[in-house]
Each structure stands twice: as C-alpha cells, then as structure tokens.
Design a binder for this molecule. Structure first.
Ligand SMILES: [Zn+2]
Length: 338
C-alpha cells in the first residue's frame, strides 16, 4: 500500500459512538478517591483537536442513563438509554419489579427523543457470559429480551453488548424479529454490537442480520481479534473508544500497526500521559482512555484493510450518521464540539 501524505489531524473527522463520559475518572475521582482536578474540559478540547465532531454517551442502567442524558444535553452530544447485562439484576430489585423498571426506561426514552442530547439508541443491552457474578444468564436473557421491545416501539437502533454469548445472543434477536434487515419488519432500526471481540464467522452472521460492528482497543488486542476486524466490511464498521476503558497498550497486537502512525497524528490521538496525581490540563492520564484515541482505532483498521485512512474515517462517519439519524451541523473543524 502506498501511504498517502497525512496532512494533519483536522483532515479526518470522527464520532465516538461509545464513550462512558459519566465515569467519575473524567472528574478526577478514581475508585471513590479524588486524585486530580476535574479535567473534563481538557478531555473535550483534546477530542476536538483530534477531529471529533460528536459522541454518543453510553447509558448502562436506569440511573446512569439519566446521567448520560443530562451530560449529553449539557455538551450537545447524544446518548443511549438502557441496561447493561451485568446490571440486569437491577430490574428484579427495582421497587415495583421488572415491569416498573422497563416502564421507567420507556418513559426516559419517550421524553428524550428530540433535540440536542437526545437518546439515539436503546442500550447498552445484551448478554455477558464472562461476568455472571453480577447477573445469571437467565436474568440477563430475560431483561435483554424485554429491552428489545423499546427499540421496536420507538424505532430506535440498538446499542448491543455481546460477550461469550453469541449463540444465545443471536437466538434472542432472531426470536424477537431482528434476524434480518436489522428488525425493520418489527419496527426496529438495526443497531450496533459495540466493542466487538467475536470471531470472523460471528461477525459475518451479525452483518448478514443487518447489524453494524463497532471496534475499539479491546477489539484489537490479539492476532485473532485483528483477523476479525479485517473481516468487518467497511460499510458495516463503526468506531469507538469505550473510554475510559479499552486503551490500546504496548502489549496488544494492534501495536505493530500503530508503529506507523505519523507523529503529526500521534500527538493528537495519543497525547503525552502522566500519573493521575500529576494530571494537568495538557496531559492525559495513564490507563484512562479518552475519545481523542478513536483516531488510533481508525488507523489500525485502515492498515488492516489496506485502504486510505480517509476512506475508513469517512465511511465510519457516514455509517454512524445513517444508523443513529444524527445531524452534524458544522463542517468547520474549528468550531466542532459544543
Ligand atoms: Zn459493552
């Protein structure tokens, strides 16, 4: 492949479709302990400088979805509303029971369908059989299935999580009418399996069902992961960081491809980092992933597919706008993030 001349970070635009921006680490608090000043504005500045035009803040429970909505409204981003499989036990513990929990999610979606900061997807929901200590497979399946009704009712895409549970995951989706065309026949609007770490065969099955697959640092850890990422068709790929999680580290298989990242992009996608105690506005925190790193994910994908970086970034951008029905007003990189 002939490497094109990379002008600057402002030549590429991104939407991070999975960012846990409500996490206290972005306010300087780690495991309940204050380690540095709130540096959210610096995080957003770095994101803007790295070419981010917007983000979709992940809602992972009823309470967290409320937090995600409020932050998305403040910042002019978008968010998801739903309950993560590891939080599925909350349905049963809720005052009024599972029906009341679902109803509360329903109400939250219904009252936030329009304008800035709106809910653009149902989720994060799905199955996680790697982490059964929080909720049993039965509990996870029951409340994954119930949340699919919201996607049908509001014609919203799904923001899905699937870990070590592929067979049950697609079984439930198929039984609920999401087996083809992303579920349009039952009122659905497709969706994305985020943080995808499955096999190439699993990727093909989900793409054939009409779903997108979203890639982050955790999707690029091993050689097997890279084979899967290569099997994701560009017209089905989305980009995310899952920040503050899923940083790309030196021990990952992605490293061999990041080695060729030009300094003119590296300084924006991977700014210098420091320990939390030494965190100042100009520096990122070691181990805390940030939205600005989404460009690093794109870089690895473009190397794997052997197509120009701009082709991957623009295709992923268009996929994102199409799937979530976003309006991204400005074309001018100098006044992107609100
Ligand atoms: Zn997830």
């Amino acid at each position: 492949m002939v490497e094109q001349t990379i002008a600057s970070a402002s030549s590429f635009r991104y939407i991070d479709i999975g960012v846990n921006l409500t996490d206290p680490v972005f306010r300087g608090t780690y495991y309940g302990k204050k380690r540095h000043e709130d540096d959210m504005n610096a995080v957003l500045d770095r994101a803007r400088n790295a070419g981010l035009k917007s983000m979709i803040i992940t809602g992972t429970s009823l309470a967290e979805s409320r937090g995600a909505l409020s932050l998305a409204k403040d910042l002019g981003f978008f968010c998801t509303v739903g309950c993560h499989p590891t939080r599925a036990a909350e349905f049963d513990k809720f005052k009024g029971g599972p029906e009341a929990y679902l109803k509360a999610l329903d109400k939250l979606v219904a009252s936030n369908l329009h304008g800035k900061g709106r809910a653009v997807a149902i989720g994060e929901c799905g199955l996680d059989y790697d982490r059964l200590h929080f909720a049993s497979p039965e509990v996870q399946r029951k409340h994954f299935r119930s949340q699919l009704s919201l996607a049908k009712k509001y014609h919203l895409p799904l923001f899905l999580h699937s870990r070590a549970a592929h067979a049950d995951f697609v079984k439930i989706l198929r039984e609920e009418g999401f087996g083809e065309g992303g579920g349009t026949a039952v009122g659905g609007k497709g969706g994305v399996v985020h943080s995808f770490t499955g096999s190439p065969t699993e990727a093909s099955e989900l793409m054939d069902m009409g779903f997108y697959l979203s890639v982050n640092g955790c999707s690029l850890k091993t050689e097997e992961n890279l084979q899967t990422a290569k099997a994701i068709r560009p017209d089905r790929v989305l980009l995310e960081t899952d920040a503050p999680w899923c940083s790309m580290t030196g021990g990952h298989a992605s490293k061999q491809h990041l080695a060729s990242l030009p300094p003119s992009l590296r300084e924006f996608y991977f700014p210098p980092s420091t320990k939390p105690e030494n965190c100042t506005a100009g520096k990122t925190v070691k181990g805390r992933n940030e939205p600005c790193a989404v460009g690093g994910v794109a870089w690895v994908i473009h190397k794997l597919h052997e197509i120009p970086l701009e082709t991957i970034t623009e295709t992923a951008f268009k996929n994102t706008v199409d799937l979530f029905g976003l309006e991204i007003e400005d074309e001018d990189p100098s006044d992107s993030l609100g």
